[in-house]
Design a protein around this ligand. Sequence first.
Ligand code: ASP
Length: 330
Amino acid sequence: MPKMPPVDAPRMLRQRGPVFYRQKHLLAIEGLEPPAISQLLDLSESYVLLNRSGKTQRDLLRGRTLINLFFEDSTRTRTSFELAGKRLGADVINMSVSTSSVNKGETLIDTAATLNAMHCDLLVVRHDQSGAPNLLSRIVDAAVINAGDGTHEHPTQALLDALTIKRRKGRIAGLIVAICGDVAHSRVARSNIHLLTTMGCQVRVIGPPTLIPAEVADLGVTVFHDMARGLAGADVVMMLRLQRERMSRGQIPSAREYFRFYGLDAEKLTQAKSDAIVMHPGPMNRGVEIDSEVADDPLRSVIKEQVEMGVAVRMAVLDMLSRGHRRNES
Ligand code: ASP
């Protein structure tokens, strides 16, 4: 077989065509059109190749400031935004809310005004209130990226999930994706439902009636309360964390009972296609929503790959959102 020439990721990144993503911020997946989503995924793919080649692109955001403003805990998202910003040459500042004036009673709007006065270019926000990044985007000059707001959306998670699916399955359209567990409290579920239905997937949600809000059916998904029926023939099985911090009492009987009916183990997974992949946004509650045997199965689980894709997707988003600035400068 002839040897393929190596892929030149930096050259792919320099090729600039029409821009389909024309928003200043990234606040939600809802409302994005397929060309904009595809373009973000293609750009992310170039960053996967760049990262794997060991090359960098540090001139892209040189002189730009990125502030990570996290009002809720995070491991993967905050770290990967930090890495993404640094790999593109930005100055990255992590604002830890526990040591900031927010704890002294400063309102979100005052915090935003303070950050604005520092002339930050990119503001990555996680907040427990749905709509907080949207509010900030109306006050600050920076491009705002929603890194998860309450139970609303987590757009970069849906993009990294889509990239993982596309790389593993070779396509997105036409796949059957089962999203299982605590849909009611999951911003990951909501962003994924918007993205995957927009890109032509058949999306199912599976969970106990207490954790599946009635309105979810209006988003174009099929609701199942029985795991075996919901998983039948699925190409992708996406597990969700039980978000106890957002729950009222009595929404689930006990962790053990929950696992029996809705936890993914090897036996339940046999209902899905034999080559179905297993995903989880993390952090995982092993033995509650997913069994370790499945989570650590290298043939089925793509959970670590999701983390790798997270860095590439965040680089693509930072690149895309800073294009407006770069156009104004040239
Ligand atoms: N890390 C994801 C989020 O922030 C999922 C989770 O916490 O369960 O929404």
